[in-house]
Design a protein around this ligand. Structure first.
Ligand SMILES: [Zn+2]
Ligand SMILES: [Zn+2]
Length: 395
């Protein structure tokens, strides 16, 4: 009798059982990833993707609930009945105009793959596996995970995970807090040449705001970000614009710092209204993305499993500390021990949110990332089930 050796053998058996199950589903999962990639859908409109994902999970014996928490494209799928409850998050929304340039098709397929593989051995290792379908990650405010968290979809979950495609593997990318808001300016039309003195120029209000933001950049943290687009700049060159609008995002290292940045940026827009006489209204910005807090111990387990599949985590220099994007997984991570490793698809020089990156998200390298991500997550679930009492206490 050697209990430690028996335990290790049980874990190894469970991992090879999970791997076998994954291999039998692999071709179907690659097809699923490519199908979602070929039919990009915007946030909260992911009807096909969520239907396909629910179908795959139901076929595999999961108990599936569609349209949870009053979000038609959100879902929950559960298998197993062990004491450790792990949620694997699936994202499946695209970006306007450039399709799956963030590779959420890979996230979705790897989440299903990890869940199928872990479910195979869930009861023997003591696991309940839940896939939570989380819509609209790219919207920037009041997104899927934020609403799902508020509405109880993560209640009772002990740990949460997902993998996200990137040019290269990064275990703990620095994901910062973010908030998106819309600005609507209302002035008064007039003939731009014959009666300019009768007009109130709503486009000038935005120009002044952008100039003020440019000056503000001297006085913010180097890790803060302010970026946006004008979504309506007027209708004709000879009509004083009466209605203009913009979408802006602000980001800081933490929600706390974001709270300091927000009023400074809002004042830039108010300055535009003050100077021109246009009415300026700001909408949104009230449900920000939180910074990602990577659970160190779970990340270490993921790394070990990922390396066992031949992946590497080289020293990335400044990339280790420089702010990258933002994710609503940050909000989940402040509530529940979570990981959000980036998985490389070998896309350089293409990076996320470029059309060239979208092309890379349905290649053999992308399929390999989906496969490795799914298996590394499934194995991480198995390891966690074995020692969650000690792991989840660490931070
Ligand atoms: Zn993105
Ligand atoms: Zn993304």
């Amino acid at each position: 009798m050697n209990p430690a050796r028996d335990m290790l053998r049980n874990i190894m058996d469970a991992k090879s059982g999970a791997k076998e199950r994954f291999q039998s589903a692999r071709d179907g999962l690659i097809d699923l990833s490519h199908r979602i990639h070929a039919h990009p859908e915007l946030g909260f409109e992911e009807e096909q993707a969520s239907a396909w994902l629910c179908e795959s999970l139901a076929d595999a014996g999961f108990a599936v609930e569609k349209g949870i928490c009053e979000l038609p494209t959100a879902f929950r799928a559960q298998a197993g009945s062990g004491p450790l409850r792990v949620a694997i998050c699936a994202e499946y929304d695209c970006l306007p105009g450039i399709g799956h340039a963030c590779g959420h098709n890979i996230i979705a397929a790897s989440a299903v793959g990890a869940a199928l593989a872990a479910a195979k051995v869930a009861d023997e290792v003591g696991l309940t596996v839940t896939v939570i379908g989380t819509p609209a990650e790219e919207v920037g405010n009041a997104s899927g995970k934020i609403l799902l968290l508020e509405r109880g979809a993560f209640a009772g979950i002990d740990a949460a995970m997902m993998v996200h495609p990137a040019p290269f593997d990064m275990l703990r990318a620095k994901m910062i807090a973010a908030s998106m808001f819309e600005v609507h300016c209302t002035g008064k039309e007039s003939h731009a040449s014959a009666f300019p003195e009768l007009g109130v120029n709503a486009a000038d209000a935005l120009t002044i705001a952008q100039t003020a933001i440019g000056l503000l950049r001297q006085h913010i943290r180097s890790t803060d970000r302010i970026h946006g687009i004008v979504t309506n700049g007027g209708l004709a060159a000879n009509v004083v614009p009466a209605h203009t609008s913009a979408k802006y995002m602000i980001r800081s290292e933490t929600l706390e710092q974001l709270k300091e940045l927000r009023p400074k940026v809002y004042r830039c827009f108010e300055a535009g209204g003050l100077a021109t006489g246009a009415k300026v209204e700001i909408a949104g910005g009230d449900s920000p993305y939180a910074e990602m807090r990577h659970h160190e111990a779970i990340a270490a387990i993921y790394r070990k499993n990922s390396e066992a599949l031949g992946r590497t985590f080289p020293n990335l220099g400044e990339w280790e500390t420089r702010p990258t994007g933002s994710t609503d997984m940050g909000n989940v991570s402040l509530a529940i021990p979570s990981i959000h490793p980036m998985i490389g698809i070998n896309s350089l020089p293409a990076v996320n949110h470029q059309p060239e990156f979208a092309h890379h998200c349905a290649t053999p390298d992308a399929d390999k990332a989906m496969t490795d991500g799914a298996l590394a997550m499934a194995w991480t679930c198995i390891d966690l089930a074995n020692n969650h009492r000690t792991v989840l206490q660490q931070h």
